[in-house]
Ligand binder design. Structure first.
Ligand SMILES: O=C(O)CCC(=O)C(=O)O
Ligand SMILES: [Fe+2]
Length: 220
């Protein structure tokens, strides 16, 4: 486990193979009802290479006209998002140190050529609540920068079962996924592999901790 004063934590192999498989099963059952969609960049409408869906009361979406936002309904089906698997509430409780439960689980599916550009997670009102993310399936090259648009970055390999926590200052650190390494995991069923699923858990609305003050409650 890597831990640093920045609030970035990489919990290597936090989920064992059985926990990963159970999570994949929970994800696939929900994706049946809440299919992956292709998000598009604000203004340009350029399609992203990662496909997405969400679980929980709120989901992160983006399109040409309305940009980045959270909403309660799937942009294609208009249905409410499926509920959050219990295992993800448990994970949040175990690693986030945040008193309010997560409200959104963004499901990112990376096919062999997919990547995610450098960005800062900044669309949440709960600005200080950690972001917790899980890697499932093929390994990925994850690149972490700092709080500014430029400056040095560090590359890390995220393998299936790894959990990343962005808390404290690192909550506002730039990051992205440069590539996946196709065929490095047998976790996902045929039809989904080669590929990688990332589950990103976020608190969106301020909740109790966020109401407590501008800085919110310090995570335990
Ligand atoms: O796929 C990942 O590991 C990172 C995903 C991410 O940064 C995001 O969804 O905001
Ligand atoms: Fe992110």
């Amino acid at each position: 486990m890597l831990q640093s004063e920045t609030g970035f934590r990489l919990l290597k192999g936090h989920l064992d193979r059985a926990a990963q498989a159970a999570l994949v099963e929970a994800v696939l059952a929900r994706v049946d009802r809440s299919p992956l969609f292709t998000p598009a960049m604000p203004r340009t409408g350029r399609k992203m290479s990662v496909r997405m869906t969400n679980f929980g009361p709120l989901g992160w979406v983006t399109d040409k006209d309305r940009g980045y936002r959270y909403q309660a309904a799937h942009p294609v089906t208009g249905e409410a998002w499926p509920n959050l698997p219990q295992a993800l509430f448990d994970l949040w409780e175990a690693v986030s140190g945040w008193p309010d439960p997560p409200e959104a689980c963004l499901v990112n599916w990376y096919g062999p050529g997919a990547r995610l550009g450098q960005h800062i997670d900044a669309d949440e009102d709960a600005k200080f609540a950690p972001v917790v993310s899980v890697s499932l399936g093929d390994s990925a090259k994850f690149r972490l920068g700092g709080p500014t648009p430029k400056g040095p970055t560090t590359s890390l390999t995220l393998d299936s079962g790894d959990v990343v926590v962005l808390a404290g200052p690192a909550r506002r650190f730039r990051h992205g996924v440069d590539r996946i390494y196709p065929g490095t995991s047998t976790l996902l069923p045929p039809g989904w592999r080669p590929g990688r699923i990332n589950l990103t858990l976020r608190r969106v609305t301020k909740g109790q901790a966020g109401q407590a003050g501008d800085r919110g409650t310090q995570p335990a």
